[in-house]
Each structure stands twice: as structure tokens, then as C-alpha cells.
Design a protein around this ligand. Structure first.
Ligand code: NAD
Length: 259
């Protein structure tokens, strides 16, 4: 039996953090090094060593092979600062990042291996790759994206919806995102791609890419039924990235999806 991969979770108290913790604890290939969250206290009964490691102001102190981050954009610079002081491979799924965050991530990837993905689920990534193929073939059809998430989600549209648009745009540079339609003069212009978000209930994450033609249409839908689909993908990414040279990698690399 090989040595378990030691994982530190950033955003450990959140919905994804808890899902990951549960999966780590039932899988002998992984060990929970520590959890870091804004509230600092993850749960009762932690060892003194784990408690010391909770505050990022002291840096990541626990022996760790890979850091997994599902937090929020406002925490991102703090995390990158800690990783600059202690270089460790990073798997991040935090969405709503700004251009400045991305530049810093790129900078960090010169010294450590990094995977950032808007969607860690296997089938979600397959959908993004199929979106590129659809855009390549759909020369006369109209493309539109609709996503649905639970009502506590802070950013909109979702990172996956934006990744779907990026995949379309890679095949057809003339496409333009349209984030809302309201009022007069909203007739669809050639090359427009609406990226629309609905929010409510406990929807984990649904995405549909519409390819609308004359006399027919294709609707490609992915529905995440539980967060475990994302958490399992993040753990797969953590195993894959461990030992890799510095650089930015994608879930397509992890899953062997051809570009
Ligand atoms: P959540 O709000 O339940 O959890 C976020 C956690 O981060 C909270 O516990 C919060 O206290 C913590 N946090 C905030 N600021 C912090 C700081 N400065 N230091 C340490 N911890 C801090 O959210 P969630 O549903 O778990 O999602 C987290 C992120 O992951 C969101 O951006 C979400 O969109 C994204 N997400 C990505 C995927 C994917 O596959 N890439 C899947 C699900 C969610």
C-alpha cells in the first residue's frame, strides 16, 4: 500500500470543503493534513498541531503534499501569499476570480504545479470539450448557454458557463457573450451567445448548451446531482498533480481529454 497523499483544505468549512473531508476520510489513498477556514476552528477534538496550522497568517504548517482550495475570490490572494512562502502544488476550484487573480496564479505556476478548473466533474469537462466540437460544426446555428444553481451561490454566471463560452470562442472567434436581455432592441445579433443564470433551491449545478438551427435543435445538458462529482474530480487532480513540474495544468490533462 502506497503512502497516503497528505491534503490541506482551504475553505474547509464550506460545502465543498466538507464534501472533500468526508471523501478523504473514507479513502486510504489520502490523509487529511489540516483544514483552513475563515472561522479558524474546523471542529472540536483537533490535535494541537492541527490547531496551530489553522491560521493562514502563520502559513501552512502541517506536512502537506497538495493544497485543495474551494473558498472565495476574496480569500485567493491570501492563499497565494501563503503558497509563495511555502511552495506546494495547488488544486483550486474557486470561481468568480478576476483577471488580477489569474495573473497571480500564472505567476505562482512558475514555481509550483497548479490546476484551476471551473468544474472538476468528469462529465462536466466532457461537456466543455463537446462544446468546442459543436461550435466547430455549427456554422449556421445559434448557440446559447443556460445555467442553474442553488440560491446561495455568490457569482454569476457560473465558472462552468464561462468555460463553455471559452470553448465555443476557441472555435469561432466572432462569438460574443451577452449576459442579459431585457427591453426593446434585443433582437439576437449574429454571433451573440447569451450566458444566462437562474438561481434557486438546492440545485447543485445544471448547464445546457443550446445549438438552435432551422427545423432542429440540439440541447447538451450536464446536471451535477451532488457535490461529490466535483470533490472526486478534485481528489483525482490532486493525485495527478503530485510530483509534476511547475506549470498550469487543466482537468482535460488529468482526464486525458484531447484538445
Ligand atoms: P461555501 O461558501 O460553502 O464555502 C466557502 C468557504 O470558504 C467558507 O467556509 C468560508 O468561510 C471560506 N473562506 C472564505 N474566506 C476565507 C478565508 N479568507 N480564509 C479561509 N477560508 C475562507 O462555498 P462552496 O459551495 O464550498 O464553494 C466554494 C467555491 O468553490 C465557490 O467559488 C464555488 O463557486 C466553487 N465551486 C467550484 C466547483 C468546481 O468544480 N470548480 C464546484 C463547486 C463549487
Amino acid at each position: 500500500m502506497s503512502v497516503p497523499l497528505k491534503l490541506t483544505l482551504f475553505g474547509a468549512n464550506g460545502r465543498m470543503g466538507k464534501e472533500l473531508r468526508a471523501l478523504i476520510e473514507e479513502d486510504r489513498r489520502f490523509a487529511y493534513a489540516c483544514g483552513i477556514d475563515r472561522q479558524e476552528i474546523i471542529e472540536q477534538g483537533m490535535s494541537p498541531r492541527q490547531e496551530r496550522a489553522l491560521s493562514l497568517s502563520k502559513g501552512i504548517l502541517e506536512p502537506t503534499d497538495v493544497v485543495i482550495d474551494f473558498s472565495q475570490p476574496s480569500a485567493f490572494m491570501e492563499l497565494l501569499g501563503a503558497l509563495r512562502s511555502r511552495p506546494l502544488p495547488l488544486v483550486s476550484g474557486t470561481t468568480g476570480l478576476l483577471e488580477g487573480h489569474r495573473q497571480e496564479l500564472l505567476e505562482l505556476s512558475k514555481s509550483v504545479p497548479v490546476i484551476w478548473a471551473s468544474n472538476f466533474s468528469k462529465l462536466g469537462n466532457l461537456m466543455v470539450s463537446l462544446a468546442g466540437e459543436i461550435a466547430r460544426i455549427a456554422d449556421t446555428e445559434d448557440l446559447e448557454i443556460l445555467e442553474a444553481h442553488h440560491k446561495r451561490k455568490k457569482d454569476a454566471p457560473s465558472g462552468t458557463a464561462l468555460s463553455l463560452f471559452d470553448a465555443l470562442k476557441q472555435e469561432n472567434q466572432s462569438l460574443r457573450p451577452v449576459f442579459s436581455r431585457h427591453g426593446d432592441g434585443m433582437k439576437r445579433a449574429e454571433g451573440d451567445v447569451a450566458i444566462l443564470a437562474i438561481r434557486g433551491g438546492d440545485v447543485v449545478g445544471d448547464h445546457t448548451l443550446f445549438c438552435l438551427g432551422e427545423g432542429e435543435r440540439l440541447e447538451l445538458t450536464h446536471r451535477a446531482q451532488s457535490r461529490s462529482a466535483f470533490a472526486k474530480g478534485a481528489l483525482l487532480a490532486a493525485r495527478w498533480i503530485h510530483g509534476k513540474p511547475p506549470g498550469i495544468y487543466t482537468m482535460a490533462d488529468v482526464l486525458g481529454i484531447r484538445a
